[in-house]
Design a protein around this ligand. Structure first.
Ligand SMILES: Nc1ncnc2c1ncn2[C@@H]1O[C@@H]2COP(=O)(O)O[C@H]3[C@@H](O)[C@H](n4cnc5c(N)ncnc54)O[C@@H]3COP(=O)(O)O[C@H]2[C@H]1O
Ligand SMILES: Nc1ncnc2c1ncn2[C@@H]1O[C@@H]2COP(=O)(O)O[C@H]3[C@@H](O)[C@H](n4cnc5c(N)ncnc54)O[C@@H]3COP(=O)(O)O[C@H]2[C@H]1O
Lengths: 140, 140
């Protein structure tokens, strides 16, 4: 039985639903976003809009980048810049139900994939950890 | 042929050698470490001592945690705190040659593993990406 067949038999378990995913709003200021990312400690999290539509991804380095001044670190700008001004927007997303072969391929370069429905609504994420747990299971 | 057998045939390719791994020194101040992490954009990197011995791991959230004041964000402390004061030290490490079954198991909960020799010298890292490339290859 191929690896992909074994994985697709498990695939309903891969999705971490939206309510369990830390996120920020695109119209938050960076000082608020810094606080959220510091507290949840995830490296990168989804950015949503007011209607819970998926808009992009945000990490702490995108925020600290704006703090690098000519001579010293400057936090004052963080209350003037929006998440949407610095977030990443060129990431791939997947739909549900997903093509496991496509997911395996994308997870090589992305630690997680955002699952987004046709109308742009954020429904959850699929992570490398969930896949690796499955593979570990298959390998034993 | 089992997955593990196929993976161990590839394992000499898993190691990313120390010279290609971004790192900071345990005696650096946090402002310097923040600059390094912002520029390299890796989520978490190894911490070494003066003799290139492996000491721990550092991420931006460990640094920004120290900036959270009572009312506002405070960068001044970053020039007074050392990397070794905030770094993570309870991570597992692996040796070379590694037991692929152990590596698969540890990579479920760790995005990368530091390879450390008997005398504590840092020799490189094994990442989830390298493993997933191998698995993608096997699955086709
Ligand atoms: N609070 C926690 N509890 C248990 N284990 C934890 C953890 N925080 C991190 N880890 C472990 O560290 C890995 C890397 O997390 P990171 O935050 O860099 O990278 C994460 C993060 O950017 C994102 N992510 C995962 N779960 C999330 C969530 N609930 N909310 C927001 N983002 C999440 O997906 C990436 C890959 O996650 P994955 O689970 O494959 O891999 C995770 C997991 O194995
Ligand atoms: N500059 C870059 N070029 C190409 N792809 C990039 C990249 N930066 C990040 N990625 C992609 O994003 C994944 C997560 O990177 P992250 O920095 O959160 O988490 C990384 C980072 O904490 C560490 N790491 C990887 N390579 C490193 C290096 N050369 N120096 C220091 N740390 C490294 O191992 C974790 C897992 O790395 P992995 O390769 O499995 O997975 C990487 C890789 O697929």
């Amino acid at each position: 039985k191929s690896i992909e067949k074994m994985l697709s038999e498990n695939q309903e378990h891969f999705l971490i639903p939206a309510e369990m995913v830390a996120n920020v709003q695109e119209n938050n200021f960076l000082d608020h976003a810094l606080l959220v990312l510091t507290k949840v400690r995830y490296a990168k999290i989804p950015v949503l809009d007011n209607d819970y539509k998926f808009k992009g991804l945000l990490s702490l380095s995108m925020i600290t980048e704006t703090m690098l001044g000519l001579d010293e670190l400057d936090v004052s700008k963080l209350h003037e810049i929006y998440v949407k001004d610095v977030m990443e927007t060129d990431m791939p997303t997947i739909q549900d139900p997903y093509d496991i072969e496509n997911v395996l391929h994308l997870l090589v370069d992305h630690p997680f994939l955002s699952v987004v429905s046709n109308d742009g609504s954020f429904t959850g994420i699929v992570t490398r950890r969930e896949l690796m747990k499955s593979l570990n299971h298959i390998a034993h």
